[in-house]
Design a protein around this ligand. Structure first.
Ligand code: RP5
Length: 165
């Protein structure tokens, strides 16, 4: 693996979040954006969180995508320790279908922002695309890849519906 700094930290509270966050990873791969996936739990590994968040900017990350479910403190606590943009993905929880995750992430007090996406897969995909938009402001080649990705998505939409079964 290359020693070059990865642009995106793709962090999540648990292995169980990967089934959602892998969709962000897929989009980042499609856009050829380097990223590092990490399991960091605000509750179970608080020291790991502090070490990561306080050192993220120095390590070269430009954006943090943080997915968590339930009492989802990971995005907010990460944002408390860094001025990097933090994009929060509420993972769909079993007990409350991700509404707990959403409210935990979106209701940050004024002063510590977390850009909050939709619950689940759509949020993970859009977090990757939003991170790409942020990075593309200073990366013309990425801007072109992102524009092409969007055009391909548009081209893939059929004009008429068809029977799928
Ligand atoms: C959160 O608790 C994680 O982000 C995960 O969504 C949720 C459940 O974690 P596990 O019990 O599956 O490890 O911290």
């Amino acid at each position: 693996m290359s020693d070059k700094a990865k642009l995106i930290a793709l962090i999540m509270g648990s292995q169980s979040d990967w089934d959602t966050m892998r969709h962000a990873a897929r989009v980042l791969n499609e856009l050829e954006i380097s990223f590092e996936p990490l399991i960091i739990s605000a509750h179970r590994t608080p020291d790991r969180l502090v070490q990561f968040a306080t050192g993220a900017k120095a390590k070269g990350f430009k954006v943090v995508i943080a997915g968590a479910g339930g009492a989802a403190h990971l995005p907010g606590m990460t944002a408390a320790f860094t001025t990097l943009p933090v994009l929060g993905v509420p993972v769909e929880s079993k007990a409350l279908s991700g509404q707990d995750s959403l409210y935990s992430i979106v209701q940050m007090p004024g002063g510590i922002p977390v850009g909050t996406l939709a619950i689940g897969k759509a949020g993970a995909i859009n977090a990757a695309l939003l991170a790409a938009s942020i990075l593309s402001l200073s990366d013309n080649a990425l801007d072109q890849r992102l524009t092409a990705w969007r055009a391909a998505q548009t081209d893939a939409v059929a004009l008429s519906p068809r029977d799928e079964s």
